[in-house]
Design a protein around this ligand. Structure first.
Ligand code: PGA
Length: 272
């Protein structure tokens, strides 16, 4: 984490879990367990059907609502789709794009991701752009190359001021929902490489302003080590975001993780 230059964000991804009627009690319980002072931006990315109830439940709290996907279309004859205007109208502040489950089961492409990122930013919604390699790619030593490609295509055509508003989530596919977390070193290596890609596309100032999250079996036990890494600015949390105690523990983990100073020197040194 590096609070001096960028936000720390803990975002829950409920996936297709919970009911609209459960939103209120979850938020009330979570608020009671959250640290008294704000240590990070807390987000819950809920299924569309739960968003209205969740938006009401988080009113006057430090929690923001996120969506898990959005249509590439603005409006019209697209049965089953939900557009950005609808999300804005419901007070949605963040939206996941390019989650590996959407890429794998719903054919979301890098082009779709790029279109959604542009449109979300225009509407003032922060995209949480998911990238990450398969086990096969990792074993073939293609991780950095593949993730760099995903990042470049997601950010294609954006201005530096827009890039600074994007959030990137590094989620190795083999670690999602499997209980197999990347080690802190593995996660830091790729998150650092993502920042280097942004630096090469723009400059050090832009790169240091982007929050990069880790996702993939992050939980109450392993969060501290992951959050202590210089290029990991928070988490995108699936399973552990469904239980208030676990999710609150991860949020609290952002209090204890020390600011990591060597990174400042490393970044300051590069072509600003
Ligand atoms: P997980 O999911 O924490 O259950 O592995 C993370 C995600 O898919 O965003």
């Amino acid at each position: 984490m590096n609070r001096k230059y960028r936000k720390t964000i803990i975002a829950g991804n409920w996936k297709m879990n919970k009911l609209p009627s459960e939103a209120r009690s979850f938020v009330d319980e979570l608020r009671a367990l959250m640290p008294r002072t704000k240590t990070c931006d807390t987000v819950i990315c809920a299924p569309y059907a739960i968003i209205p109830n969740l938006s009401r439940a988080i009113k006057d709290s430090r929690i923001a609502v996120g969506a898990q996907d959005v249509s590439t279309h603005d409006s019209g004859a697209y049965t089953g789709e939900v557009n950005i205007a609808m999300l804005s109208d419901l007070g949605v502040k963040y939206c996941i794009v390019g989650h590996s489950e959407r890429r794998a089961y719903h054919g979301e492409t890098d082009t779709d991701v790029n279109v959604k990122v542009h449109k979300l930013l225009e509407a003032g919604i922060i995209p949480i752009i998911c990238v990450g390699e398969s086990l096969e790619q990792r074993e073939r030593d293609l991780t950095i190359e593949f993730v760099a490609y995903q990042v470049k295509s997601a950010l294609y055509g954006l201005e530096p001021k827009d890039i600074k508003r994007c959030v990137i989530a590094y989620e190795p596919i083999w670690a999602i929902g499997t209980g197999k977390t990347a080690t802190a070193e593995q996660a830091e290596e790729v998150c650092g490489a993502i920042r280097a890609v942004i630096r090469s596309m723009f400059d050090a100032r832009v790169a240091r302003a982007v929050s990069i999250l880790y996702g993939g079996s992050m939980n109450a036990k392993n969060c501290d080590e992951l959050l202590a890494q210089p290029d990991i600015d928070g988490g995108l949390i699936g399973g552990a975001s469904l239980k208030t105690a676990d999710f609150a523990r991860i949020i609290t983990g952002t209090v204890s993780a020390p600011p990591v100073l060597p990174e400042l020197n490393r970044e300051e040194g590069r072509g600003e």
